[in-house]
Design a protein around this ligand. Structure first.
Ligand code: DGT
Ligand code: CA
Ligand code: CA
Ligand code: ZN
Length: 584
């Protein structure tokens, strides 16, 4: 069976994490080698499976021994080394590395000294004081570890997975089920379809007349690690990524009703049911139907096949899944509706993009620009990391050379406006890279927090507000700096930050990376109310990542944010004059 580049890359990433744990250091040569190989595979445009071992070894970033492991995986679906490491370090132990402040060495120490092998055991040992007796584990460290576990919800009792893990797993499962002949329709539902940033479990719905056949195909999928339960109506499994998935197979006629029901939320469903009752109908996962006094009579269906029919029968505009939280959307659906919300096709530009001039960017300028044109964009800002960022920052000379190259490319192509920008680093006091004169030479500047995550609310708020007051700064990138599931964001006085954004005309970015989705939905919602201008940015570090614009759109929709407040949905004429106004 063919292995996709994505599957190979994920196996290499797992090898990197397990090797880090095994060797006790993130800097071990082998860890770096696996990480480089993962990156190399992700940026390969053709299928890894097509390449021989020696061809693979010639790819930059892939050494001889890893080339052999990739071939083994492509040919057999397994890697001996990976199986060996998995045996030695079970997934629960690996998860300890997700606790902020715990490295491979401390994880091993905890196991050797206290027998701690999972997060729950660690939480218990932190609580009863056993951890604070260990070398390097002072009172402050213990407090930080406890706080990290609580904020990220890592213990089994409040376990949720980040959308960056759940969504790709769900999309692979949906794609695989779509190939099964007995499947008429398939979709994921639940909190994932509502685009929550953290997911309890993934709900997958299939329309089919052959539930047993569908169930069998599902359980045979390579995504499935173990089965939790399998009954007539529902099959629950855990995937290799640790995501719980509930599969439900429904009769094709009921697919729309089931999709409404299992997308939820529960509170939204209750509102819909009330509306049905007011009309003498019932609403459940099978249908919107006329209420009957005698349960023996046949069901008189009002609507059931599609979601659209159900909302229409209830005299409501179709409610976008992202908004189904009983937070005013039902009122809006019987009033103004949702036409003001953005869709992917509304994006005219992208304003936060890295080339291989930044150490962490992977594609050259020309490639990124060509991909932006292919996606139908009419303007693009190149914002490589400014000089203060360790390792990846770009010198003044580097920036000037890129500017010349960019102007020339804009001229020669003639089909896209190119803005020369940079991603500045907000320092502890709110200052940024370079000097005012040099900054004035850029067209568009994003300023972001990349350091000092553990300061007080007052200090963090002051930092951001100071950066906003800097006339050179056009937008604040990934506002809180959070990494979903692994790093809590900085804490901010949101009201003060939003007020400063309005006062200074600084845009706030909606960073579309699934691991970020930053600014958070609550901040965007409040910002919209106050008249803040937003931009949806992919923060692409490779041409392929321009595609994640769809996640930024979903985040904006979930916040109920209209196109009018999203500057990069504006045509160039308007966007360009907005930029000019900001300069004076
Ligand atoms: P999660 O999994 O915790 O992230 O959140 P959901 O919303 O996906 O919740 P889940 O998986 O328990 O159930 C999926 C959907 O099924 C939920 O959004 C609404 C619907 N649902 C589940 N239980 C009930 C219920 O008791 N009443 C109603 N009206 N709907 C329910
Ligand atoms: Ca769910
Ligand atoms: Ca569920
Ligand atoms: Zn960036």
């Amino acid at each position: 069976m063919a292995r996709t580049n994505d599957e190979v890359a994920r196996a290499l990433a797992e090898l990197a994490s397990l090797t880090e744990l095994d060797e006790g250091s993130p800097n071990a040569f082998r860890v770096r080698a696996y990480q480089n190989a993962e990156r190399a595979v992700r940026s390969l445009s053709e299928d890894v499976g097509e390449r021989s071992e020696s061809e693979l070894a010639q790819v930059k970033g892939i050494g001889k021994s890893i080339a052999g492991r990739i071939r083994q995986f492509v040919e057999t679906g397994r890697i001996d080394k990976l199986e060996e490491l998995r045996e030695k370090h079970p997934p629960e132990k690996l998860k300890l590395m997700k606790v902020p402040g715990l490295g491979a060495k401390s994880v091993q120490l905890l196991e050797d000294e206290l027998g701690v092998r999972d997060i729950d055991a660690l939480a218990a040992a932190l609580d009863d004081g056993r951890v604070s007796g260990l070398p390097g584990m002072g009172a402050k460290t213990v407090e930080n570890l406890k706080e990290g576990i609580a904020k990220l919800g890592l213990t089994s009792k409040d376990q949720r997975v980040p959308i960056a893990t759940a969504l790709p797993a769900a999309e692979r499962i949906v794609a695989a089920l779509d190939e099964v002949p007995a499947v008429e329709q398939v979709a994921y539902a639940g909190s994932l379809r509502r685009f929550r940033a953290d997911i309890g479990d993934v709900d997958v719905l299939v329309a089919s007349d052959d539930p047993a056949g569908v169930r069998e195909a599902f359980l045979a999928s390579s995504e499935v690690d173990r089965t939790i339960g399998s009954g007539d109506t529902k099959t629950s499994v855990v995937t290799r990524d640790g995501v719980q998935v509930d599969l439900r197979v429904v009769p094709p006629a009921s697919f729309g009703a089931a999709l409404v029901y299992f997308t939820g939320s529960k509170a939204h469903n209750i509102r819909l049911r009330q509306r049905a009752l007011e009309r003498g109908w019932t609403l459940n996962e099978y249908a919107l139907a006329v209420q009957r006094d005698d349960p023996g009579t046949d069901l008189e269906v009002v609507a059931q096949r599609t979601e659209a029919e159900i909302y229409e029968a209830l005299e409501l505009a179709f409610v976008p899944p992202e908004l189904r939280e009983d937070d005013g959307e039902v009122e809006r659906a019987s009033g103004d509706g949702f036409d003001a919300l953005p869709t992917l096709g509304d994006l005219e530009g992208d304003l936060h993009d890295h080339t291989d001039l930044s150490g962490d960017g992977r594609d050259p300028l020309e490639t990124l620009v060509a991909a932006a044109v292919d996606r139908g964009l009419s303007y693009l800002a190149i914002t490589d990391h400014a000089e203060d960022l360790a390792m990846n920052g770009v010198s003044r000379e580097g920036m000037l050379a890129q500017r010349a190259q960019l102007r020339e490319l804009e001229q020669s192509r003639g089909d896209i406006r190119l803005l020369h920008g940079a991603e500045l680093n907000i320092d502890a006091a709110g200052g940024v890279d370079y000097d005012a004169d040099f900054l004035a030479g850029f067209d568009w500047l994003v300023a972001s927090v990349h350091s000092y995550f553990a300061r007080s609310v007052e200090e963090q708020t002051q930092r951001i507000v100071t950066a906003m007051r800097n006339p050179a700064v056009s937008a604040i990138g990934h506002l809180t700096g959070r990494k979903l599931g692994s790093r809590p964001g900085i804490e901010l006085d949101v009201d003060a930050v939003l007020d400063a954004a309005v006062e200074t005309g600084t845009a706030i970015e909606i960073n579309a990376a699934l691991s970020r989705l930053d600014a958070p939905v609550e901040v965007i919602r409040e910002g919209a109310r106050r008249g803040v201008t937003f931009v949806i940015s992919t923060d692409a570090h490779a041409a392929g990542e321009l595609a994640r614009a769809r996640f930024g759109i979903a985040q904006a929709r979930r916040a109920g944010l209209g196109r009018a407040s999203i500057a990069n949905t504006w045509a160039w004429a308007r966007f360009g004059s907005w930029l000019d106004e900001r300069r004076v």
